[in-house]
Write a new protein. Structure first.
Length: 146
């Protein structure tokens, strides 16, 4: 079973149960961001959480095995058309060099890990329009000389 097939089955089962990602993540015991990423094929799960996903959604063992398989983290290099995803491209396009400069000044020459990493997505109610609050937390990895 491919990760794409796995994702299609998970999404169909999630829709039929009516569960949201937050509810599913509470039942599985993982962050909603990480669990969603794994269910969309961009991360893998350990055996126990994969079993819980399948148990909660009523999915077969093939899905459990696909959830545990290591992903091939590739994506299309064209500009995305989905407005939410496109806005992140826009943020990186406009602020990417700024982020790099400030990280360089505060930490030195290096990068933020996407492996030793966590992310939270929250809603901040605001009378002028609700706000999306995204917190990314990654370990700093300095470049080394040799």
């Amino acid at each position: 079973m491919t990760k794409i097939e796995m994702t299609e089955e998970i999404m169909a089962a999630k829709k039929s149960t009516g569960l949201g990602w937050e509810e599913l993540s509470e039942k599985v015991g993982l962050s909603s961001v990480f669990l969603t990423s794994a269910c969309l094929g961009m991360n893998s799960l350990k055996k126990e959480p994969a079993e819980r996903v399948c148990e909660v959604l009523g999915l077969p063992v093939e899905i459990e095995k696909a959830l545990q398989a290591y992903p091939n983290k590739t994506w299309d290099f064209t500009v995305p058309q989905d407005p939410v995803v496109y806005r992140f491209y826009e943020v990186v396009g406009v602020y990417g060099e700024t982020i790099k400069e400030i990280i360089g000044e505060k930490f030195g020459d290096g990068i933020m890990s996407a492996i030793d990493f966590s992310m939270d997505i929250d809603k901040e109610e605001n009378p002028l329009g609700d706000r999306v609050v995204i917190t990314m937390n990654g370990k700093f990895l300095p470049y080394k000389s040799w």
